[in-house]
Design a protein around this ligand. Sequence first.
Ligand SMILES: [Zn+2]
Length: 151
Amino acid sequence: MYLCQICGNDISPTLLKCPYCGNVQDADEQQKFVKKAFLQKTVNLEKGLPTVDTALLHLQREIRSAKQEQIRVLTLIHGYGSTGKGGAIGRECRKTLDYLLQKGEIAAFVFGEEFSRKHGKTKDILNRFPDLGSHSHLGQQNRGITVVIVS
Ligand SMILES: [Zn+2]
């Protein structure tokens, strides 16, 4: 929760101006808050039944804006399966993540089916981001999602 320094209303720490009182927020205070806060977001890449290309553009756009908004973790819903659009989006999405990881655009990612306390990779991520211990997909073996550590 980030409060306006003047009126005390709960506002987004990414807003320059408070929508309630119009006070221009102190950028340093916001920065301090954002660094402390653990922000995560769920992105449904299947929403609207996009083509694979559109879904991949959506993915790249979300990663860029996550960086700007200091979101640390993105949970991607991309579907799975060997056939159909969901399957193709899932496969291509994971390929794209591999590419982005190699380019250093993202810090790590873990497939839904490996997102469990038993997996070494997940353990490392949980050590770094203990807040993820309450993630609703943890231990669900959900092949239709991937958890991305943005930074
Ligand atoms: Zn205000």
